[in-house]
Design a binder for this molecule. Structure first.
Ligand code: PRP
Length: 216
C-alpha cells in the first residue's frame, strides 16, 4: 500500500487538523515534538505521511501530486487557482475576506473611482473589483501588515482577512464591504482521487463525520 501524503498549512490549521485526525484514531506522536527539525512524519498503521508547508505552497504540492491531500484556507485556494479538487469544508479557521479602510474612504467604493487597493491577494481583489463591481482599480501587492497601507497613504483601501476585527479597530479602520466567508478546506490531487478513490473517499467521510462543532 503506498503512502497517502498530506500537506498541512503550518500553524493553527495543522494543529486543528491533527486533532481531528486523532478523533478518527489517526495519530502522529513525532509531530507533537515542538523542537523537532524533521520535515515529514509518518503513521505506519494507516500508511499516511504528513508534512508542514506555508499556506500558498499547499495547493502547489497538491496540484503536482507531491501531496495527495492538502489542508489549506479558502483564501489561498482562491488566490492560487490551482488544478485541485476542493472536497470538504472543515469549518475551522473561520474568517472573512473584506475590503477595509477608514470610514472616510467608503465613498471611493460607491462612485467607481480609480483607487489604489493594497493586498496580499491580488487575484481575489482583481476578481472582486473588475468582475463583481466593474470598478477599475490599481492593485498594490504587499506581503503582510496590510492595514498599514491606508494609514500611511499607500492606498485608499485594502483587501484582507478579518477574523476578530481587532487589527482594524486598533488602527482606526473598518470593514467597508465583505467579499466572502473563509475557512479551512480539504483539497485533493485529481489523479490521486482517481487512483486511490476508495481510501481517500473513506478518509474524507470519516473527517466529515468527526468535524468539531464550530457554530457560534
Ligand atoms: C491577518 C490579517 C489581518 C489579521 C486579522 O494577518 O492579514 O492583519 O490577521 O485578524 P483580526 O481580525 O483577528 O485582527 P496575520 O496576523 O496573518 O499577519 P500579516 O498581516 O502579516 O499577514
Amino acid at each position: 500500500m503506498r503512502y497517502l501524503t498530506f500537506a498541512l498549512t503550518k500553524g493553527r490549521l495543522a494543529v486543528q487538523t491533527m486533532e481531528l485526525l486523532e478523533r478518527l484514531g489517526i495519530s502522529c506522536e513525532e509531530m507533537k515534538d515542538k523542537h523537532t527539525r524533521k520535515l515529514i512524519f509518518t503513521n505506519e498503521q494507516y500508511g499516511l505521511r504528513f508534512f508542514l508547508a506555508k499556506g500558498p505552497d499547499v495547493p502547489t504540492y497538491v496540484e503536482y501530486g507531491a501531496a495527495d491531500i492538502g489542508i489549506v484556507g479558502k483564501d489561498t485556494i482562491m488566490e492560487e487557482n490551482r488544478n485541485i479538487y476542493e472536497v470538504l469544508d472543515l469549518g475551522f479557521g473561520r474568517c472573512r475576506m473584506c475590503v477595509c479602510g477608514p470610514e472616510a474612504n467608503r465613498h471611493y467604493l460607491q462612485h467607481n473611482q480609480l483607487i489604489r487597493v493594497a493586498t496580499k491577494y491580488p487575484r481575489i481583489a482583481r476578481d472582486y473589483f473588475y468582475e463583481k463591481k466593474n470598478q477599475t482599480v490599481e492593485l498594490i501587492k504587499l506581503n503582510g501588515s496590510i492595514e498599514l497601507a491606508p494609514i500611511v497613504g499607500l492606498s485608499e483601501v485594502i483587501v484582507d482577512i478579518v477574523e476578530t476585527g481587532s487589527t482594524l479597530r486598533e488602527n482606526g479602520l473598518t470593514v467597508l464591504e465583505e467579499i466572502c466567508p473563509l475557512s479551512a478546506r480539504v483539497v485533493v490531487n485529481p489523479v490521486s482521487m482517481k487512483m486511490d478513490n476508495a481510501r481517500i473517499t473513506q478518509l474524507i467521510q470519516a473527517m466529515r463525520a468527526n468535524l468539531p462543532d464550530v457554530r457560534s
